[in-house]
Design a protein around this ligand. Structure first.
Ligand SMILES: C[S@@+](CC[C@H](N)C(=O)[O-])C[C@H]1O[C@@H](n2cnc3c(N)ncnc32)[C@H](O)[C@@H]1O
Length: 330
């Protein structure tokens, strides 16, 4: 499979595997790794001096361009987003009539991994991207790919800016806001601040991708969960803590604390865990262990976890992440 350098044919062939819902895990693995090598060679991103360090922003840390490029290899994630975004674009084609569907992609990284593959499925008069990243090295890298693969007709704008503070131009209208600046449990990266800043500037019918990110608390024994036969793998579900959707991104009171009661102290090997679920679009979704972004997150900074304690979880978008405190009695 593939040839020595990145050209239209290899790009179409390899992205075709990622975009085919029937591709086997083995074929997907081979195609994604081959594509990553070719994209890296074409952009020379891993050799760039300014591509290895993350950037600390007021609302979280932006992954370095080299690490952002490696996100392509988080296979279930990449496929769920590519297939979900394809479905969202198809849903909007009728609404948009003769004009292209315009996708604002915040956090595009050095390869615009969730955007450029879709140029093999849609003609430029039906699809446009605005590509945004805080790292200059990533924007330069995407520009190289756009030039090499002759994809300029698909690009509305390329912007280097902090998406949590950037002001979107009023025109052209954004139809889909795609944000992939997240890690598990919505920690570290500024997904919430970016989504809120951008969506609140856009019209009410803008489609948000991913449509919903849900954080739930539970007591879980992560080492038992890897064995389907282990009787200690049953979780104690404690409830939903936070949800990021178009509705909550627009809400003024999105950061109210949520209180849960611990029915018992954790057993040996058990932890207070935040589970992350991502609904990308339609039935394209990611759950526990599917991806790095939905891996269970063990919470360590808590009050003592005694039976009956009431815990208040508050999402803090400047942390970013959930804070856990002892709830004040009502
Ligand atoms: C997890 S990587 C994902 C890369 C790519 N979207 C993908 O899915 O493969 C997150 C990207 O978002 C960018 N990013 C994070 N916070 C940002 C912000 N506030 N403004 C602009 N870009 C940001 C990082 O520089 C990085 O390229």
């Amino acid at each position: 499979m593939g040839s020595a350098s990145l050209n239209h044919e290899t790009f179409r062939e390899l992205t075709g595997v990622l975009l085919d819902p029937d591709s086997t895990p083995g074929d997907t693995f081979t195609a994604a790794n081959r594509l990553h090598v070719l994209l890296d060679e074409a952009t020379r991103i891993s050799a760039a001096d300014d591509a290895k360090e993350p950037t600390h922003l007021p609302t979280g840390t932006a992954l370095s361009p080299v690490d952002a490029g490696r996100c392509l290899l988080d296979l279930a994630r990449t496929r769920a987003y590519l297939l979900g975004l394809t479905a969202a674009i198809e849903d909007l084609r009728t609404r948009c009539g003769d004009r292209p569907v315009h996708v604002l992609y915040a956090g595009c990284g050095p390869f615009a991994t969730l955007a450029l593959p879709l140029t093999t499925r849609f003609a430029p008069d039906t699809l446009r991207f605005t590509l945004l990243d805080v790292h200059a090295a990533s924007i330069q890298s995407v520009q190289r790919l756009v030039d090499q693969l002759e994809l300029a007709p698909y690009v509305q704008h390329m912007v280097q800016a902090d998406a949590a503070a950037w002001t979107a131009p009023a025109n052209p209208v954004v139809d889909i806001l795609l944000v992939e600046t997240m890690q598990r449990a919505l920690t570290n990266e500024p997904q919430v601040a970016v989504t809120r800043n951008l969506l609140r500037q856009l019209s009410d019918d803008t489609v948000l991708v991913p449509a919903r990110i849900t954080l739930r608390a539970c007591l879980a024994n992560p080492s038992a969960e890897v064995d389907p036969a282990d009787p200690r793998r049953d979780r104690v579900e404690l409830g939903t803590l936070f949800e990021l959707s178009a509705a909550t991104a627009r809400a003024a009171d999105a950061f109210k604390p949520t209180t849960v009661t611990l029915p018992r102290a954790p057993a040996a090997g058990e932890h207070l865990v935040i589970a992350t679920a991502v609904e990308v679009h339609g039935n394209h979704a990611l759950g526990d262990y599917d991806s790095g972004i939905t891996f269970p997150h063990i919470v360590t900074d808590t009050p003592p976890l005694e039976a009956g304690i009431r815990l208040a979880f508050t999402y803090d978008q400047n942390l970013p992440g959930l804070r856990v405190d002892r709830a004040h009695t009502a």
